[in-house]
Ligand binder design. Structure first.
Ligand SMILES: NC(=O)c1ccc[n+]([C@@H]2O[C@H](COP(=O)([O-])OP(=O)(O)OC[C@H]3O[C@@H](n4cnc5c(N)ncnc54)[C@H](O)[C@@H]3O)[C@@H](O)[C@H]2O)c1
Length: 264
């Protein structure tokens, strides 16, 4: 793609958590389509960014860090057209072991981070701007890690409130909900989690960062100009069947719970 004729040509877009994983892929995809991307993270990038991407250090939990970024954006570009609230952390403690400190730490990144981002950058956004929040299949299900799941459900509420509040200013707010995506975050998951999740995924494979990035580009671009307050899973169908897949597989005789073929 020639960035000069890209789908987000000339847009100034901040992507948080862009040092690796999905954020890095989203930053690269937006830059390929002509955006001036600000890749913001607490960590150094795993790989050097390509053309069109500028790295900035940002701790999404810290209001002063956001204020500094907003000041730099005002000076450098005078505006922001897009914000991708992608930075997130997980914590795999279950109900009986999760602590208040776990809850506070995870919510600080996954909920307070996007809130601070919206508060600090939306004043710089002209009509036509777009905010994308990165939720999770955990935001649509009873996913077992309590701090992570509650944080992503809370992010849905923030997205809905923000889309209502910012709509009259012509700023759109949408949420993407990735399923199991191959990144450093899922590389640390238990093999049983991976296998059980893929068994519930109709497309039968893990997602890649390249499955998510094009949706983010679409939501930042003017192609989605009448879409706001929407929530879009990118999960191979994981959240669409409401638990019916294991039943369907068992009756067909293909799932782990099947005891041979049945007419049931
Ligand atoms: N990988 C998956 O299967 C999956 C599934 C559903 C949702 N998600 C969500 O997608 C998003 C990206 O996940 P990923 O898999 O690429 O994760 P990742 O762990 O590979 O990358 C997350 C990035 O966020 C950064 N980050 C963490 N805390 C930060 C902070 N305080 N300030 C700034 N940056 C910070 C990290 O340094 C890292 O670069 C997250 O919001 C995650 O919850 C991931």
């Amino acid at each position: 793609m020639d960035p000069d004729h890209g789908r987000v040509h000339g847009k100034v877009v901040v992507v948080t958590g862009a040092a690796r994983g999905q954020g890095a892929a989203e930053a690269a995809a937006l830059a390929r389509e002509g955006a001036l991307v600000v890749a913001a993270d607490v960590a150094e990038p795993e790989r050097p960014y390509g053309p069109g991407v500028t790295a900035r250090r940002l701790d999404v939990t810290d209001a002063a860090s956001w204020a500094e970024l907003a000041g730099w954006l005002r000076e450098t570009h005078g505006r922001v057209d897009g914000l991708v609230n992608n930075a997130g952390i997980t914590w795999r403690a279950r109900l009986d072991e999760v602590t208040q400190a776990d809850l506070a730490r995870v919510h600080a990144v996954n909920v307070t981070g996007p809130l601070l981002g919206i508060q600090h950058l939306s004043p710089l956004m002209p009509p036509g701007s777009s905010i994308v929040n990165v939720g999770s299949a955990a935001a649509l299900t009873a996913h077992y890690p309590v701090a992570y799941t509650t944080s992503k459900w809370a992010l849905r509420g923030l997205s809905a409130a923000a889309s209502l509040e910012l709509g009259p200013r012509g700023i759109r707010v949408n949420t993407v909900h990735p399923g199991f995506i191959e990144t450093p975050m899922t590389a640390s998951a238990a093999p049983a989690f991976r296998a059980a999740t893929l068994a519930e995924t109709p497309l039968g494979r893990a997602g890649t960062v390249e499955d998510v990035a094009p949706l983010v580009v679409f939501l930042i671009s003017g192609e989605s100009s009448y879409i706001t307050g929407a929530e879009i899973p990118v999960d191979g169908g994981y959240t669409a069947h409401g638990g019916a897949k294991s039943v369907s597989d068992a009756l067909r005789g293909t799932g782990p719970l099947s005891a041979g073929r049945s007419a049931g």
